[in-house]
Design a protein around this ligand. Sequence first.
Ligand code: SAH
Ligand code: SF4
Length: 414
Amino acid sequence: MDALELKIEKAPLLTVQETVEKGQSLAGATRLQLADALRALDVPERDLRMRSNQLWHWIYHRGVTDFDAMLNVSKPMRALLSAHFTLARPEVVSEQISVDGTRKWLIRLPPRGPHDKGAEIETVYIPESDRGTLCVSSQVGCTLNCSFCHTGTQRLVRNLTTAEIVAQLLVARDRLGDWPGAERPTDGFVPDAWRAVSNIVLMGMGEPLYNFEAVRDAMGVVVDGDGLSLSRRRITLSTSGVVPMIARAGDEIGSMLAISLHAVRDDLRNELVPLNRKYPIKDLLAACRAYPGLSNARRITFEYVMLDGVNDSHADARELVRLLKGMPAKINLIPFNPWPGSHYQCSSWEKIEEFSDIVFRAGYASPVRTPRGRDILAACGQLKSETEKLRARARLMLESGIGAEGMYATAHGE
Ligand code: SAH
Ligand code: SF4
């Protein structure tokens, strides 16, 4: 364990007994946790499997929030469950809907101990014509302090539990009417696909590979075919480069991988992504080349934030291509999203196009990520769960000084 990891406050885990006493929510539980909860209610061992399967179906396939809706569960069992547990979701403190349909929920997590007032996280939903992507947080805040990222400036940091990660998807499905028989909202765009949330990106607050077990177990719940049933290929985990965990992520999570590269030289990357001092570019790329399951059909995405005059030259683009030579990869260029107090500017549209052209001509897809939800501070790197961010002046500054408007085209995408 290193110094950076030590700074993360561990979410205190409750024992099964405490869980029962506190009337803990089972929404977000793993199969093992469900079985434990039933065992604590003295359900006989021989019935555990059948009972867990029933609960699983109602919680994750149907999305019910009340044990009484579980029609094939006997009445006494439903009463017992209701007496000890809930299916409550964490509280949605606010919902903001961008002019482009992006939704951002500020979610307050229940306190996990006597000194915990309940942390807040942000989850963002990005609808497109044929899909809907949920941007999920893995930590409250982040310890890594990348110089261009708002989340890294948040002081309070703790790991989310498995249930808190899963609950973000449950909240989104609730709000989007994304359960069998539920109705879609009418106050903003939701794609006309059979599922409002079809994809997950672990690109919200936090470094997912610093909270490995919880993220892995949460994704296990999310991909389970009897419940939420998302394909692993529709989950993308983004890391700033926690090299020793990359192979395990491939083996145990099996999602698509995105790497926040952002610079092609160690001196600059040390500044932008301080974790680079520990795991330099060479080691990071070696881990990427060894990523389990890497192939042309399962390429690694390299994220590259476009910072004016910092990392956006032609030479940078050529060096990027050289570094990635022979690797199944695509490069996702992210226009820098400003936040109150940030020191960088977004590269001009011409610069971004030129950069994208060089990468594309070398044989790599180089889509430019369309900034989404900037008006509600929901775009990449803008998440920070403190009310200060909503102050009127900061909002005005953003609305007037963004600099990369009109960027709704995608250069060399796929
Ligand atoms: N911690 C993980 C995942 C969350 S950040 C990581 O760093 O990969 C998701 C993406 O948004 C990362 O590529 C991150 O570098 C990028 N990002 C952070 N701040 C940004 C900003 N202000 N503008 C644009 N992209 C940003
Ligand atoms: Fe953390 Fe990612 Fe932001 Fe860096 S970019 S501070 S790793 S959330």
